[in-house]
Design a binder for this molecule. Structure first.
Ligand code: AMP
Length: 501
């Protein structure tokens, strides 16, 4: 088994040297070109830094960005993509946390990088062209790396307002990828259509499943996700077979009636994660692709992409709960109740906890948050067993499959009742006129607020909900929106909705 993800790149470069490894709007690298380019970058960088340091990449995603990632790994360091499109204050907080010695960007972003407070050296990608490959040095670095060394850092939002940098090791990604490509039959015949930003861990699945299998990664331009017709043309043109997308990205296609325009016939695997997939939208995808494999993937960044999966084996009715299924091999996923007892019976909600090799190394430079979330398994009093407490609530259905109930923060106490806001959203999903919905609780006012996209007027909606929900669960206020606001990671933007109140 590989101990460094570069083994995946090198094996694919050996097996498929001339095959396109990564394609963006401007560039295509074959496997041998990608490896050469990465080795050049690694040879240049290793002269400027010691191994195991974070190197931020202040760039948009592209084929070159991917070459930089691998170049950073050749230098023995780990990469952290910082999207230049995000607010300067957030970039500054990330840099404060990382205190990097080096940062990489491109000349055309000079104005932006010049405005950042940053003590390290700034390197432009243009300066990394054509450095000769120094195999001797790269081999020495490689011989000193461990599989527990960090591979990448991804910054999540963090409830304190300070972004937390989740650091993930080679070993965690390898452990996950070995099973992921195997279970979902990802092979060198696949073309993976990348939707997720490179600072969101959904992209980790795109990148490493492609590189491991010798498949082709096609980076889909972001702007196409608001123009489904062009998006579908693009998928067809590139013969994309595999979509590993955020739920909202799939919903854009169905909401804007993309399939009445065309159904690209190469797609055979559709996987989704990040939030609850509304059944109504899944049904439309299943109708368009009756022979495709559909998979609900669940998990937070801290456990390396996903810890559970469910291959959808039937159709569901709107309002039904799609299982998140069962644990990936070599991951232990279990539920704890409020007194830290194991839940094994069905239909009892508890916090979903995970242990295994796939657990991240923690939050970079943030011991307090790391120690809060990565804790000793309370069920194991004999030896050290770290678990990650996800803060998500789940339960087993009657078939023994795990089902996502809600975030712990979205479980509310309202009029004396414990309510999961997700249950109200599932009820809204049952109504054919509702396209998407999101419920928020205003604790100070004791009110459940429902935002929805769809054609029903508020009064009619309340009347219909009274027929399917107990009255204490019917939202107290409704807001009809033209489009649900979506975060850049493809989830419903609850903060933006709250700001409308
Ligand atoms: P992130 O770390 O940004 O990927 O967010 C992870 C969180 O997204 C999880 O803790 C869940 O709250 C939510 N999530 C991820 N996948 C699913 C899924 N398939 N169904 C419901 N919620 C999900």
């Amino acid at each position: 088994m590989a101990v460094n993800i570069l083994t995946y790149l090198e094996q694919s470069a050996l097996a498929y040297p001339d095959k396109p490894a990564v394609i963006d709007n401007e560039l295509c690298y074959t496997y041998s070109e990608l490896m050469e380019r990465a080795k050049q970058i690694g040879s240049a960088l290793c002269l400027k830094t010691a191994p195991r340091k974070p190197i931020p990449v202040f760039l948009e995603k592209s084929a070159n960005t991917l070459a930089l990632f691998f170049g950073i790994v050749y230098s023995g360091c780990f990469y952290v993509l910082i999207d230049p499109g995000q607010p300067k204050a957030r970039v500054q907080k990330i840099l404060e946390t990382l205190q990097p010695e080096l940062m990489i960007s491109r000349l055309s972003l000079k104005e932006q990088t010049d405005s950042l407070e940053f003590d390290g050296a700034l390197i432009y990608i243009e300066d990394l062209q054509n450095t000769p490959i120094n195999d001797t040095v790269l081999n020495v670095i490689r011989s000193q790396t461990l599989d527990i060394d960090p591979l990448y850092g991804i910054f999540t939002s963090g409830s304190t307002g300070i972004p937390k940098g989740v650091v993930v090791s080679h070993r965690s990604v390898i452990d996950f990828m070995e099973y992921f490509t195997d279970i979902f039959h990802i092979t060198n015949d696949d073309v993976i259509g990348n939707q997720a930003p490179f600072d969101f861990d959904v992209s980790v699945k795109d990148i490493y499943s492609a590189i491991k299998a010798g498949a082709t990664l096609v980076i889909i331009p972001k702007k196409l996700f608001s123009i489904p017709m062009q998006l579908l043309d693009y998928l067809e043109e590139h013969h994309v077979t595999t979509l590993i997308w955020a739920v909202s990205a799939l919903c854009v296609v169905t909401t804007l009636k993309g399939f009445t325009y065309k159904i690209p016939d190469s797609i055979c695997k559709v996987m989704f994660s990040g939030e609850v997939m509304p059944v109504k939208h899944l049904n439309q995808w299943q109708a368009a692709y009756p022979d495709a494999m559909f998979v609900n993937l669940y998990g937070p960044t801290e456990i390396t992409c996903n810890c559970t999966y469910h291959i959808i084996d039937r159709t569901y009715a709107p309002g039904d709960i799609l299982p998140i299924g069962k644990a990936f091999p070599n991951e232990k996923v279990f539920l704890l109740n409020e007194t830290n007892q194991l839940i094994s019976e069905s239909n009892t909600v508890g916090e979903l906890c995970v242990s295994g090799t796939a657990l991240a190394l923690g939050y970079y430079g943030n011991w307090e948050q790391t120690n809060k979330a990565f804790v000793q398994n309370p069920l194991n009093t004999h030896y050290q067993e770290t678990i990650y407490r996800t803060g998500d609530l789940a339960f087993y259905n009657d078939e023994g499959l795990l089902c996502f109930a809600s975030r712990k923060d979205f479980q509310i106490k309202h009029m004396g009742h414990r309510i999961e806001l997700g249950e109200i959203e599932a009820a809204l999903d049952k109504l054919p006129e509702i396209v998407r919905s999101c419920c928020i609780y205003r604790e100070e006012k004791n009110r459940i607020i429902c935002f929805y996209e769809g054609s029903l007027d508020k009064k009619e909606l309340a009347t219909q909900l009274h027929q399917i929900l107990p009255s204490y669960m019917v939202p107290n206020q409704f807001f009809q929106v033209e489009h649900m606001p979506i975060t850049k990671n493809g989830k419903i933007d609850r903060n933006q909705l709250k700001r409308q109140l």
